[in-house]
Ligand binder design. Structure first.
Ligand code: ADP
Ligand code: MG
Length: 322
């Protein structure tokens, strides 16, 4: 029912940045090569993602806002074989429960696109529309129907910081795609497609141009690749540390420690090395379903991953200092 729906929605969409993450990931899943994020008032009044992905049929455009209607999980075993970013089929249903939604979508083969407006999880308008292939989803007035949650949101500066963090994580994982972000009509990021190294410099800043060392190592069990900052680029503040497992951003104090150990004695004790590391392993070696926002995962054998990360970073550091 309606209340249960709103409570469930609050689990998935906790703040504007949660919606940003879900919308960006859907565009990636749809095979888009250009993804534009537009926000106003730090997402409190508008979050819009427009892409050139495969689009949706008229039926799917209606169905995508129904909880689990599109879930890719048909049996529990599927949880361990997830190839796309999304898999719970509840992000858009959650968005529709807590914001006014304006969807426009068109597949390449369709003559016209579909325009749908949703309020309180109900379709209030549906009409054909003219548009290029792709999808645009705008969510307006987040939590307009749940004042308690709306009042709980932080300042625009704080909420914008969260949005930028989520945007950067997705943009970092897909350097082969174009991304842009604008806030209140001002351009914040304009990221042309390129190599991972170029994307890191675009996002973290030009100071990394000559200060990145490649990491690349492989076993039968797992693969690691990415870049670490040279020790001289280490900072006293955190923020430039990224782990991705099978292309999903994750937080891991445990793996962070592995990198810190590799940098030991090369940087001051109170400094943090920069790293952007992608770990890939068989999907059945991880469980991504332990946290609703999917930022935490469990490894089947975390000690192996720890040792591997530490060794790969050490090798990269040794090569660069020869
Ligand atoms: P999930 O991503 O877990 O499947 P969502 O609620 O995020 O669930 O999305 C529901 C469905 O709507 C997706 O599975 C997809 O079929 C469709 N969809 C959502 N966003 C897009 C998009 N940008 N382009 C094409 N299809 C989309
Ligand atoms: Mg999704």
């Amino acid at each position: 029912d309606h209340i249960a729906n709103q409570i469930a929605a609050g689990e998935v969409i906790q703040r504007p940045a949660s919606a940003v993450k879900e919308l960006l990931e859907n565009s990636v899943d749809a095979g888009a090569t250009e993804i534009r994020l537009i926000v106003a008032d730090a997402g409190k009044s508008l979050i819009q993602v427009a892409d050139n992905g495969k689009g949706m049929s008229e039926t799917d455009a209606r169905l995508c806002f129904e909880r689990h209607a599109t879930s890719k999980i048909s049996q529990i075993d599927d949880l361990f074989h997830i190839q796309t970013m999304g898999f719970r089929g509840e992000a858009l249903a959650s968005v529709a429960a807590v914001a006014q939604v304006d969807l426009k979508t068109r597949r390449a083969a369709d003559e016209a696109g579909t325009h749908i407006e949703i309020e309180n999880s109900m379709v209030v308008l549906q009409e054909p529309c003219a548009m290029a292939q792709g999808t645009s989803i705008a969510m307006k007035n987040l939590f307009f129907n749940i004042p308690a949650r709306r009042n709980f949101l932080k300042s625009n500066a704080a909420e914008m910081r969260h949005i930028i963090d989520e945007f950067i994580r997705v943009a970092m994982a897909f350097p082969q795609l174009f991304f842009s972000l604008s806030h209140n009509g001002q351009n914040v990021f304009h990221l042309d497609k390129g190599s991972l190294k170029q994307r890191i410099v675009q996002v973290l800043g030009n100071q990394y141009n000559a200060k990145l060392v490649p990491v690349q190592e492989q076993t039968d069990y797992l693969n690691i690749q990415g870049f670490i900052g040279k020790p001289e680029a280490a900072k006293k503040t955190r923020g430039d540390q990224f782990f991705f497992v099978n292309n999903r951003f994750i937080r891991s104090a445990y793996l962070h420690h592995a990198v810190m150990q590799a940098f030991q004695d090369l940087i001051p004790a109170d400094a943090f090395p920069t790293y952007v590391l992608f770990i890939d392993l068989q999907p059945d070696q991880i469980d991504v379903n332990v946290h609703p926002t999917k930022q935490e995962i469990k490894f089947e054998d975390e000690k192996i991953v720890y040792a591997f990360v530490q060794a790969a970073v050490k090798h990269a550091l040794a090569q660069f200092s020869i």
